[in-house]
Design a protein around this ligand. Structure first.
Ligand SMILES: O=C(O)CCC(=O)C(=O)O
Length: 305
């Protein structure tokens, strides 16, 4: 090192740089630094842009199909939830059970107001009520092509520990029917798989009371299980309100206003019977379900706009 320094000093003393040359050297090096800084700035911007595009694309193609769009831990999601204005629940005394509900009345009073309602005559001509059950789904999914796509659809195991719908459809007949000594089961899943969705949709339709311009979300949800279980108390973080049709069995729903509305709104408990459709804004009402003793509960539902 010392040797190199001595050589450099000898060289400098032989070829002493003029002040002009030193200034030019300084100028050039500061220009190069500025150029590099600019380049780095553009690179950072391009990187941030690509990241944003990737996140947006992922959100729209993947998460839009899911019931829980943002996968934040629940306490954080609840803490970040913007507070509700309580007028959506302040005047709700009961959850009405209606028949012959016109699309106009539904739109004016229930569709977007946050007022829950049960419609008890909206499954006429749905062959799903007699055809759909545990064994039907096992058969359809067993025959389906592109099974991995089905496995990747969102699946809610609740307390069962199943990892996906295929695992859930491997239970013994004794457990499915909840014979003595068998463990109860309850799970939910979305049908994000086009081929099987087409088969399922042959057996049910859009509920007649939805406004003409209203569209179902293209992903439907199923929930199925035995007495004693259900979904724990939670509030959703999805885009829209939804309907849920009770194809078989029955379920008790406990609806609670969000905490900020406890003093203005009351809680409600309703039993949704086979043949009923409950319409609920699950983004605003906290809700919990309990399958009632009797037949296996099976529901299908979707968000609507
Ligand atoms: O039907 C159930 O048991 C749960 C439904 C639910 O939690 C939902 O639709 O958000």
């Amino acid at each position: 090192m010392q040797q190199a320094r001595t050589q450099f000093e000898q060289l400098l003393s032989k070829h002493k740089p003029t002040p002009q040359l030193l200034q030019r050297l300084q100028c050039n090096s500061s220009k190069a630094t500025q150029h590099t800084a600019k380049l780095l700035k553009w690179l950072k911007l391009a990187l941030a842009g690509s990241l944003l595009l990737f996140v947006l694309n992922y959100y729209y193609t993947e998460l839009q199909e899911q019931r829980c769009a943002l996968k934040l831990p629940r306490p954080l999601r609840y803490a970040l939830r913007p507070p509700e204005r309580c007028d959506f629940c302040a005047n709700i005394k009961t959850v009405p059970r209606l028949r012959d509900l016109s699309a106009a009345k539904f739109e004016a009073e229930y569709a977007y107001s946050g007022a829950p309602v049960i419609v008890s005559d909206a499954m006429k001509n749905w062959t799903a009520t007699t055809l759909f059950n545990y064994w039907y789904f096992r058969d359809v999914y067993g025959k389906a092509k592109r099974k991995q796509r089905i496995r990747d659809c969102q699946f809610l195991p609740y307390t069962t520990g199943f990892r996906d719908i295929y695992e859930a459809l491997q239970m013994s007949a004794a457990r499915v029917e909840l014979q003595p000594e068998q463990q109860p089961w309850y799970f939910g899943w979305s049908n994000c798989h086009a081929e099987t969705a087409e088969e399922f949709r042959r057996h049910y339709g859009k509920p007649y009371f939805l406004p003409a311009g209203s569209e179902n979300n293209n992903v439907d949800w199923f929930f199925m299980g035995t007495a004693g279980l259900g979904a724990q108390m939670h509030v959703d973080n999805v885009r829209l309100p939804s309907w849920q049709a009770q194809l078989a069995g029955s379920k008790r729903w406990l609806l609670m206003p969000p905490p900020e509305c406890y003093f203005q709104c009351r809680s409600h408990e309703v039993i949704v019977q086979q043949g009923d459709i409950i319409v609920l804004d699950t983004n605003r009402w906290y809700h919990q379900t309990f399958v009632q003793p009797g037949a296996i509960s099976l529901t299908i539902g979707a968000e609507y706009d």
